[in-house]
Design a protein around this ligand. Structure first.
Ligand SMILES: [Zn+2]
Length: 396
């Protein structure tokens, strides 16, 4: 068992000496400025898109209005054609009546059946031809007129159908434009939303850059190194409970929950105060993360700068959390109450892990975090296993 533990610790040591180099995000103020420029460029393009969309919306609206006017004109034209047809029909009727009247009068002048008289009983063939030709001319003239008018009616009817088709086509076009307008409006809304997000991002990026400048970071200095100056410094760690005792040590152990051999990357401390035990920050620092997971329940991760070296302290199974992410804490800040949340617990206790580097800044994965963790006894003076302490400072 001891050999295995040694092996695990050696691996952990090797990982911890490798990963800081590999995992660190090499970002400088200069990198941040380049990123900001990209966002600003994106914002500019977005603004151009907004202008373009707005002018397209304007054009589409104008198109729709023009179609209203065109359709109105077409309707008027159709009505005119209909009126013309009515008038022509009236004219045809009149002409028809006129022709009939003419023939009747010619018949009447010769006193009876005009054609028969000339064909079968005319005294004079010249007279017959003369009369016949006049009648012919007059009736032909009227027939031509009627035919002409009928042609015009036919033309008007065709024109009417054409116009009606055009009106249907315009109606369709208008529907298409309405759909287009709707989609353009949606696009515009999305672009405006994006614009607000980009503006926020620009504002935040500028504030972050200013924050690092104020912290004295150089243009090409690694931010995760210089940002430590923003952490309220401390010189040592303190016990997280006013009163208490160690219930489980750091290192390989048979898990009381799973019954299997596991690395316990923390030390467990408890107190007879149970849910009334206040949990303190182990040193001055800042709240890096607050989260819940099914195993460790409510958890807080703090960042510390102890004599210029960065550390993270993690607290699990908390009954309640009294701080917010980003908040600066001192070693006297009550960050939460001891509890038994999550499934990896058999009663109220604090699972306290201390790791090197800034957890969630320098590294994120659980494996990296475990590799960076070390025995809190190395930096916090706890009395021997199960032996009680009564304040946060007395040395044992
Ligand atoms: Zn634990």
């Amino acid at each position: 068992m001891k050999r295995l533990l040694n092996f695990v610790l050696i691996i952990a040591f090797l990982l911890s000496s490798f990963f800081p180099v590999l995992m660190v995000k090499a970002e400088t103020i200069s990198d941040l400025r380049r990123k900001l420029e990209l966002i600003e460029q994106e914002e500019k393009e977005n603004r151009d898109k907004i202008h373009l969309t707005e002018s397209e919306i304007k054009n589409t609206k104008a198109g729709i209005s023009q179609i209203y006017i065109d359709m109105d004109n077409i309707s008027k034209e159709i009505r005119n054609k209909e009126q013309e047809i009515i008038e022509l029909n009236q004219l045809i009727e009149d002409k028809d009546a006129e022709t009939k009247e003419l023939m009747k009068s010619l018949q009447l002048t010769t006193g009876g059946s005009f054609y028969l008289e000339y064909i079968f009983g005319a005294d004079d063939i010249t007279d017959l031809i003369y009369r016949y030709s006049i009648t012919e001319q007059l009736t032909r003239h009227n027939t031509d007129l009627i035919n002409e008018m009928n042609d015009t009616i036919e033309l008007n009817e065709r024109k009417k159908v054409e116009l009606a088709n055009k009106r249907v086509e315009l109606n369709r076009k208008q529907d298409r434009l309405a759909v287009q307008l709707n989609s353009l409006s949606n696009t515009k809304e999305k672009l405006y939303e994006q614009e607000r997000e980009l503006e926020d991002e620009i504002k935040n990026s500028r504030a972050v850059i200013q924050m690092y400048i104020d912290a004295g970071c150089g243009e090409y200095e690694k931010i995760n190194v210089c940002a430590n100056r923003l952490l309220p410094p401390d010189t040592r760690f303190f016990r997280p409970l006013m009163r208490g005792y160690v219930t489980s040590e750091f290192g390989g152990r048979i898990s009381p929950i799973t019954g299997k051999y596991q690395i316990h990357e923390a030390i467990d401390v408890s107190s007879s105060e149970r849910l009334n035990a206040r949990v303190f920050a182990v040193a001055n620092g800042r709240v890096a993360k607050i989260f819940y997971d099914i195993f460790g329940g409510n958890q807080i991760v703090l960042h510390h700068n102890i004599n210029g070296i960065t550390y993270s302290s993690s607290y699990a199974h908390l009954h309640s959390v009294h701080v917010k992410e980003g908040q600066t804490v001192t070693r006297d800040t009550v960050i939460g109450m001891m509890g038994s949340t999550g499934i990896y617990t058999t009663g109220p206790h604090v699972h306290l892990a201390i790791s090197r580097g800034l957890r969630y800044t320098d590294y994120v994965s659980y494996t990296d975090y475990v590799a960076m963790s070390f025995n809190p006894r190395n930096v916090i003076n706890f009395p021997p296993f199960r032996q009680k302490w009564h304040d946060r400072v007395t040395r044992y």
